[in-house]
Ligand binder design. Sequence first.
Ligand SMILES: Cc1ncc(COP(=O)(O)O)c(C=O)c1O
Length: 404
Amino acid sequence: MKFKPANKIQDLQYFGEFGGVNPSISDSSTYTFLSAKTMFDTFEGNADGCYLYSRHSSPTNLYLGEALAALEGTETATVTASGMGAITPVLLQLCDSSEHIVSSRTIYGGTYAFLKNFAPRLGISTSFVDITKLDIVEAAITPKTKVLYCESVSNPLLEIADIKSLAELAKKHNLKLVVDNTFSPLSISPAVLGADVVIHSLTKFINGSSDTVGGVVCGTQEFIDQLRNVNDGAAMLLGSTMDSLRSASVLKNLRTLHIRMQQHSHNAMYLAEKFENDGLKTVYPGLASHPSHHLFSSMMNEKYGFGGMLTIDVGSLEKANELMELMQERNLGYLAVSLGFYKTLFSAPGSSTSSEIPEDEQKEMGLSDGLIRFSIGLDADIKRTYQMMKDCMIELDILKPELV
Ligand SMILES: Cc1ncc(COP(=O)(O)O)c(C=O)c1O
């Protein structure tokens, strides 16, 4: 049976306290108990439906968590104050000192920096590998390895992880497969393909309005309970809890995710085809020239396309900067990091979101100076946008004017 995540979200029915069509917001940090015994039971984790303290859980966060678990097809989920606030507790929950992680080498710069520079302070080491080469991934696994970590669609190189095969590898070696699905909500459902834990930075497509940071961990009830355990749960103890007011607003934005993803994908596909046709080095999983186009097609849910992210290479950082400044001046989007906004966002990852990765390693993984990462917006008239972008490129000598 085909997995239809948007239907799962559509089918959730929450009523507010007074019959409102949106659930009421629980604007409290702490909760009362009618008896001291129930408070004790709640601390012990034995009083379902009772709330203790909002760093642990709150009704509003549970509503959003439930909706995101429906999106990813997991038993449950817990929301966090940011994407990094989801990633770091998961890895610290799964790994003890002296243990090891095998991670894709093309991941968000902050995650890379955490694994490379911070986790070793706690005795956790990481091998960074080319995630598209399963033999290399397997060869990096040691008896100390606990986690296999990747992004479904990697930031910024848009490499695609073969989640089914990685899940088999994880099972074979008794590891947990943790997948960051930030770039491909709805399109790819990692848990359905075998991942143990799915993470999102809600900051991006899921919230979609670039007005907050947020994160989520989707997984089994057992794992999420572990993360929230009052004695040794990394989410509970590190305290990266989302605020209830924010949770409520993210939930409202989630309702339109399926429409937005269709438009992001439609626009990105249009531009990618045009740019490639114009002779620009273009990377987009929807293009037949993408090395993992067929893999993406084999994993994707119907309707949501290949996502809103694409890259082009304009040869040098100088050209990339000139183009981005000109496109911003012409109101084609913003020179800004992040993704998933209604307007197109563009940045040169080598000097921004991936600057944590040393230059020699950037070169080795194919992250060139002239690379521009685009998060394509919801533009109503993408043909007009394309023409205006092309005009910028001709003006800067990145493209030659067409001979007529
Ligand atoms: C793929 C990916 N994962 C995680 C993060 C971190 O999320 P946040 O900025 O919400 O902490 C980002 C942020 O850019 C990202 O692109």
